[in-house]
Design a protein around this ligand. Structure first.
Ligand SMILES: NC(=O)c1ccc[n+]([C@@H]2O[C@H](COP(=O)([O-])OP(=O)(O)OC[C@H]3O[C@@H](n4cnc5c(N)ncnc54)[C@H](O)[C@@H]3O)[C@@H](O)[C@H]2O)c1
Length: 254
């Protein structure tokens, strides 16, 4: 077990990639705070599975797009499970819209969840680490779109590109405290966020044609790297993004 005795907070972990990371962390020995925004039933189901593994779990509702709720999330998780060792900033969403039609509400929603949520949840955790002279691990779930353009998704690209630099910058600023900060950039992973593409035969075929490994990824593909980055095996790794994309990012064919 690679995370034995550790405590982790994973944002947006009632479904999709976050859920898989929560379950995998528990199997690796971690106690887990499961954050959700909408469905308490789904979050409780994840927590129930974790408890069945013999680990502790707490469910905390919070909209990470609001700074007061980021603080509340970290306070409640810390109170219930004790000091957090690992934070995974996974909560994310996208809104498809041509650039000229993006509204301020779209911008605030996408940047709020993906970027502001990552920023202020990390701040709430790191403030506690620095106060208690503790070290810890931050893993940000970015996207291949921190590098790759994605027409119709200017807000998402702006948010994930900023997460790439936030990851590098915090690695530099916090490294002296023994805190590591890394990111994972998933490619096409079958979850609710891209069901419109993965379940449409034409769109799916177009996507597969751009993936050298010729399959859509699964949340488990992402969870394995998250365990590695949160474990002692990655003690000397900080400031980098790890692509989990079946080779999609650097694929080009004419
Ligand atoms: N699936 C992919 O292909 C893919 C690719 C690249 C990056 N990602 C990233 O992976 C992460 C997880 O996405 P997913 O694919 O599992 O999609 P998903 O839609 O299944 O999960 C997103 C999770 O974030 C939560 N969430 C959304 N807004 C929130 C908020 N304001 N506060 C708290 N929680 C909130 C949702 O409730 C959900 O649990 C996201 O950051 C996403 O951008 C996914």
């Amino acid at each position: 077990m690679r995370l034995k005795g550790k405590t982790a907070l994973i944002t947006g972990s009632s479904r999709g990639i976050g859920r898989e990371i929560a379950l995998r962390f528990a199997r690796e020995g971690a106690d887990v705070a499961v954050n959700y925004n909408g469905s308490v039933e789904a979050a409780e189901a994840v927590a129930g599975t974790i408890r069945a593994e013999g680990r502790r779990a707490v469910v905390v509702q919070a909209d990470v797009g609001r700074t007061d709720e980021c603080e509340k999330l970290v306070a409640e998780a810390w109170q219930a499970l004790g000091p957090i060792d690992i934070l995974v900033n996974n909560a994310g969403m996208e809104i498809r819209a041509p650039f000229v039609e993006v509204t301020e509400a779209d911008f605030d929603a996408v940047l709020g969840t993906n970027l502001k949520g990552t920023f202020f949840t990390t701040q709430a955790v790191v403030r506690r680490w620095l106060k208690g002279e503790r070290a810890g691990r931050i893993v940000n779930i970015s996207s291949v779109h921190e590098e790759l353009s994605f027409p119709g998704h200017a807000t998402y690209c702006a948010a994930k590109g900023a997460i790439r630099m936030l990851t590098r910058d915090l690695a530099a600023e916090l490294g002296g405290h023994g805190i590591t900060v890394n990111a994972i950039a998933p490619g096409a992973i079958a979850t609710d966020i891209n069901r419109d593409v993965t379940e449409d035969p034409r769109a799916r075929a177009g996507l597969l044609a751009r993936i050298p490994l010729k399959r859509i990824g699964t949340p488990a593909d992402v969870a394995g790297i998250a365990v590695l980055l949160a474990s002692d095996d990655a003690a000397y790794v900080t400031g980098s993004t790890y692509f989990v994309d079946g080779g999609m990012t650097w694929f080009h064919e004419e």
